[in-house]
Design a protein. Structure first.
Length: 146
């Protein structure tokens, strides 16, 4: 199974409905949602667990700021870069370009329900991740991450 957009939406809805009471807990929820989403990425990556840990740490810093969107962009790019690195040696990955668009999404209009918010973020992240590419190390055309 490739990138799991419906699972990401479900995980984001769950964390929006019942967020952890502190920044580290919220960062962990987001990171776990992304880790599950990317667990079966194609081409395969051996670094999804490391990327998840990287994202958690970066989101802890982002969520401590009054406005987190810019730092979330950086955190998600680090996640994708780490995932891409795990595609070696069979592939040379090019992570998705920044930005994802968190600032625009968070500026409004705001979704009315947790489900709508989760769907909007899942769609945003999924579309962005699928702009990553991987070129076979032995030659050939790049393939989009899926």
């Amino acid at each position: 199974m490739p990138l799991n957009a419906s699972g990401l939406k479900d995980d984001l809805e769950a964390l929006a409905s019942e967020p952890e009471p502190d920044i580290p807990g919220c960062a962990q929820q987001w990171a776990e949602a992304m880790g599950a989403y990317a667990a079966s990425i194609v081409p395969a990556s051996t670094a999804v667990a490391a990327a998840t840990a990287t994202l958690k740490t970066a989101l802890e810093s982002a969520f401590a700021l009054p406005a987190a969107a810019t730092s979330m962009e950086t955190a998600f790019l680090a996640f994708a870069t780490t995932v891409g690195g795990g595609m070696a040696p069979g592939f040379v990955a090019t992570p998705p370009p920044a930005p994802i668009g968190f600032a625009t999404q968070f500026a409004g209009p705001h979704p009315a329900t947790h489900a709508e918010a989760a769907q909007a973020i899942a769609d945003l992240v999924d579309a962005w991740m699928k702009t990553g590419t991987a070129t076979p190390s032995g030659g050939g055309s790049p393939v989009a991450w899926s």
